[in-house]
Design a protein around this ligand. Structure first.
Ligand code: HEM
Length: 179
């Protein structure tokens, strides 16, 4: 994946472990500056190795780290150079989810080597949103769940996120809490 993702993961680790903790992790697991070039594309196993090293050091499972990273990513994106892209992507959670593919497609213009997922809102009511996630990658469901929880927070909503395999991808269901 693009180094931009590695950089965000490093920022999250520094927030959790502090600079010295991060430096120790990086040295022990063989990551240096050459792994954090924003515009460089790294093989997915390298990205996963980074997540695993962070999981190890923070006492989380790999899925736990992916989940935390999903939540973190939403906050990070809101403060990044892409803040305006995030702001313009929708005023409600459903609208935002419905526009995600268009947003990623715009991002792909500047990062042509991305292999981006797709999100299709297949049903939405005031209490439940079903989103079909499709990707060439596998194993990122916890990341997606964390992203969706981050989005719930971002829109001031509360709810729970579950997922189940579907014939054509993975179906995420967001159950909105009645307040
Ligand atoms: C402005 C904000 C965002 C930017 C700049 C961005 C950019 C990216 C980039 C560069 C990748 C890596 C693709 C690759 O290297 O092949 C990626 C992957 C991904 N993005 Fe986004 N993204 C943003 C927001 C979101 C949001 C809000 C979601 C919420 C669902 C999301 C879901 C994902 C997922 C799940 C992946 C993993 C790839 C996969 O499943 O195959 N992204 N994104």
């Amino acid at each position: 994946m693009y180094g931009m993702i590695h950089r965000a993961a490093r920022t999250m680790s520094i927030e959790v472990l502090g600079e010295p903790g991060w430096n120790a992790l990086a040295t022990a697991s063989g990551f240096d500056e050459s792994d954090f070039l924003s515009a460089q594309v790294y093989p997915d196993p390298r990205t996963l190795a980074l997540v695993s090293a962070i999981a190890n050091e923070t006492g989380l499972s790999v899925d736990g780290a992916l989940h935390a990273f999903g939540r973190f990513w939403i906050n990070w994106a809101d403060k990044s150079a892409y803040a305006s892209v995030m702001r313009m992507n929708g005023d409600t959670l459903v609208e935002f989810l419905s526009n995600l593919d268009r947003m990623h497609a715009n991002i792909q213009r500047v990062m042509p080597e991305t292999r981006l997922p797709s999100f299709e809102v297949v049903a939405a009511t005031s209490v439940r949103i079903d989103v079909l996630y499709r990707s060439e990658r596998t194993g990122l469901e916890s990341f997606v769940a964390g992203l969706m929880e981050g989005l719930l927070d971002r829109f001031g909503d509360t709810g729970t996120v579950t997922h189940a395999p579907a014939p054509d991808g993975v179906l995420f269901s967001i159950m909105m809490a009645r307040v």
